[in-house]
Design a protein around this ligand. Structure first.
Ligand SMILES: Nc1ncnc2c1ncn2[C@@H]1O[C@H](COP(=O)(O)OP(=O)(O)OP(=O)(O)O)[C@@H](O)[C@H]1O
Ligand SMILES: [Mg+2]
Length: 420
């Protein structure tokens, strides 16, 4: 790109477009790799021959590719004797999460092929767990939005710990800014987190009885309010099966899986708790509250009190005052959001326990943040996400400028001196 005769936005976009038409979706811009989402599978682009080819060549020897970046990162662990980081940025639907998975794929092959590792120390445990963690994290943390039908609604930083011999011996996932608000409301045409629909589509009759789920997604306020329960490109049943398989491979116990689904069912049913005004908010759907309390192991009376009253301690005495219907709905939604986000954190923590391993050499970190979006009304959480993206972009610009400055100084020092 830097060899273009004219370097302005239109020329850059035109060049990217010409390359994209020829299925060349990757373009190098200095040390940055620009990727254009092809929205289709390009034959041979990521197969094992490509992995093999890019693992044997230095950066710049082959056409630009995400595998070239992954390979450079891997080599730099020894070349620069320092940990490496890949920052993936772009608007929603640009292909960040897919790129993260491709980086992981390449690095896990490199790890498995690392010749320095004695056979006795070679393990595919971490690689396997990392691959299997994707469907779980995507089911609980991704949703259909207007921009992307598998949009990440949380950011994640994946760190892979390598041994001196080059194999992955451990990893760690840090999640942040889960969009909690989505659990209780969505914009028109968007969906809640995939896992709710997957559970309703995939659980068999016995499980549905255990989780007290007798209805389809249309009957749950938290799933139906935005007018979109299905999407032709999403197979909820298939997702349920792959999540179940991944949970088993990751050694989640049957009891843990049951508890997670009971909690999800409780969250869903909580959205159907309704109130009316009678000297403050009163619950009108008592059957639903008793289902929720059964699922969560709570006392029905206490749960009803908590949802309809505010209590405070005044001079050592507990004083209760009734909530209005609006406040009761807010407190119901807050409980649902808190339960879901705690469940999400617990899942990430459990995955981390499975991929934990030695950290005695260097690491490669991959940051897959979720894309910026601009709605007519940006809620507080969207504001936070956009702010985080802007901060990241600022850091990125600063870093790239300082790299360019270094390069410039270096070239100045090497330049011949002319004496006039
Ligand atoms: N390299 C690729 N090849 C083919 N299809 C791709 C590629 N990258 C992305 N896609 C398609 O684009 C969709 C959106 O990509 P992805 O989910 O990675 O976006 P994202 O940048 O992570 O968005 P968000 O910020 O909303 O999470 C994918 O579901 C896939 O269909
Ligand atoms: Mg994503």
């Amino acid at each position: 790109m830097s060899t273009l005769a004219e370097l302005h936005e239109a020329a850059i976009m035109h060049n990217l477009f010409l390359r994209y038409q020829k299925n060349n979706i990757y373009t190098n811009i200095g040390s940055i790799l620009a990727a254009v989402n092809p929205y289709k599978q390009i034959a041979g682009l990521y197969d094992s021959t490509a992995v093999d080819l890019y693992s044997k060549h230095q950066m710049g020897e082959l056409p630009p590719h995400i595998f070239a970046v992954a390979n450079e990162c891997y080599r730099c662990l020894w070349k620069r004797h320092d940990s490496q980081c890949v920052l993936i940025s772009g608007e929603s639907g640009a292909g960040k999460t897919e790129s993260t998975k491709l980086l992981l794929k390449f690095l896990s092959v490199m790890s498995q092929n690392s010749s320095g590792t004695p056979l006795s120390e070679r393990t595919t445990r971490v690689e396997q767990a990392l691959v299997q963690s994707s469907p779980i994290m995507e089911a609980f943390g991704n949703a259909k939005t207007v921009y992307n039908n598998n949009s990440s609604r949380f950011g994640k930083f994946i760190q892979l710990h390598f041994s001196q011999n080059g194999n992955i011996q451990g990893g760690c996932i840090i999640d942040y800014l889960l969009e909690k608000n989505r659990v209780v409301r969505q914009n028109p045409g968007e969906r809640n987190y995939h896992i709710f629909y997957a559970l309703l589509a995939g659980a068999d009759k016995d499980h549905r009885d255990t989780y007290l789920l007798s209805e389809g997604p249309e009957s749950y306020h938290y799933l139906s309010q935005a007018g979109c329960v299905q999407d032709s490109s999403l197979d909820d049943k298939q997702l349920f099966n792959s999540v179940m398989e991944a949970l088993k491979v990751m050694e989640f116990s049957e009891e843990e899986i049951r508890d997670v689904f009971r909690l999800l069912s409780a969250v869903l049913q909580m959205g159907n708790i309704e109130f009316m005004t009678a000297g403050g908010a009163q619950i009108t759907s008592n059957g639903v509250v008793s289902n929720v309390s059964e699922l969560l192991g709570l006392d029905t009376f206490q749960l009803s009190e908590v949802l309809t009253q505010r209590s405070m301690i005044l001079r050592g005495e507990e004083i209760c005052s009734p909530l209005t219907v609006e406040q009761a709905v807010d407190s119901r939604d807050s409980v649902a959001m808190a339960l879901y986000s705690q469940c999400f954190s617990w899942i990430i923590m459990s995955i981390n326990q499975k991929i934990k391993g030695k950290n005695n050499f260097k690491s490669i970190g991959i940051l897959d943040i979720f894309g910026f979006e601009n709605f007519e009304v940006n809620r507080f959480e969207q504001f936070n996400i956009n702010y985080a993206n802007e901060k990241l972009q600022e850091y990125f610009n600063k870093h790239i400028f300082s790299l360019e400055q270094l390069e410039y100084n270096r070239s100045k020092q090497n330049a011949p001196i002319h004496i006039i």
